[in-house]
Write a protein that binds this ligand. Structure first.
Ligand SMILES: [Zn+2]
Ligand SMILES: [Zn+2]
Length: 243
């Protein structure tokens, strides 16, 4: 009995105060303002230099200012940034968060987003919005992984956080990874709608887990701009490499 109580207590404490490395699950000290152990931090530093000045993708050639995708296509959002390149343990931990329902990762990802934002970014924001899931996908998955991160993030900067009444996905979309570049754009176009009363004149931060071609962020930004949003910025956990 005592053993069971100890296990339950540990489980509860981990849910309330996750104190392990987000990437390798090594135990961390309480009160650490980082969600990564020193080893993982050196292997996966935050993306700060040699990135596309528009979308934040790491650049193949550090003499370039913008990536191939941004040179090819204008965005509806002003600027985007991501914590890490979408590879290795970063990829694995996002997968575990979404599909193995490791909800405690939400707080750890948010912790890193907050640290990155404090260190690197100066956007004057009014509101934080998670990229919404369609209600079918939400039912399937049980929670919107991005919503949790957006809530923690907004709370830490004392910003308003909007939900599905502010920005929503009206059309169920195919899982993006099965589609080609062109397919992603067609699939996303006009999938989102925004509430004019809530977004008009506001500077909004969109939060998502992965930025690949930017089609999801762009479709959300487009819906917000149509309803009068003043500016839209994007922040994600991980991003694909630019060409
Ligand atoms: Zn680690
Ligand atoms: Zn770019």
């Amino acid at each position: 009995m005592k053993h069971i109580i100890t296990i339950l207590w540990k489980h509860l404490m981990t849910l309330l105060y996750p104190n392990f490395c987000l990437l390798c699950e090594e135990t961390l000290d309480y009160g650490n303002d980082k969600a990564l152990c020193p080893q993982c931090e050196s292997v996966h530093p935050h993306l700060r230099e040699d990135i596309c000045i528009i979308c934040g993708k790491p650049l193949a050639d550090s003499f370039d200012l913008i990536c191939y995708d941004c040179g090819k296509r204008a965005h509806f959002f002003e600027e985007g940034r991501s914590l890490w390149v979408y590879e290795g343990l970063v990829k694995q931990s996002i997968y575990d968060y979404k599909y193995k329902k490791r909800k405690e990762y939400g707080l750890l990802f948010a912790k890193e987003l907050i640290r990155y934002y404090n260190d690197t970014i100066r956007w004057e924001l009014d509101m934080v919005l998670p990229v919404p899931l369609h209600k079918h996908r939400l039912r399937e998955r049980g929670f919107n992984q991005t919503e949790l991160m957006a809530k923690y993030f907004a709370k830490s900067f004392d910003l308003q956080v909007g939900g599905r009444k502010v920005l929503w996905r009206a059309k169920p979309t195919e899982p993006q990874k099965a589609l080609s570049d062109r397919g992603r754009w067609d699939n996303m176009q006009d999938a989102f709608f925004a509430n004019k009363v809530q977004v008009e004149g506001k500077t909004i931060l969109l939060i998502d887990d992965i930025y690949t071609t930017g089609s999801t962020m762009d479709a959300c930004a487009k819906a917000l701009k149509i309803q009068g949003a003043k500016a839209v910025y994007c922040l994600s956990i991980a991003i694909g490499r630019g060409m």
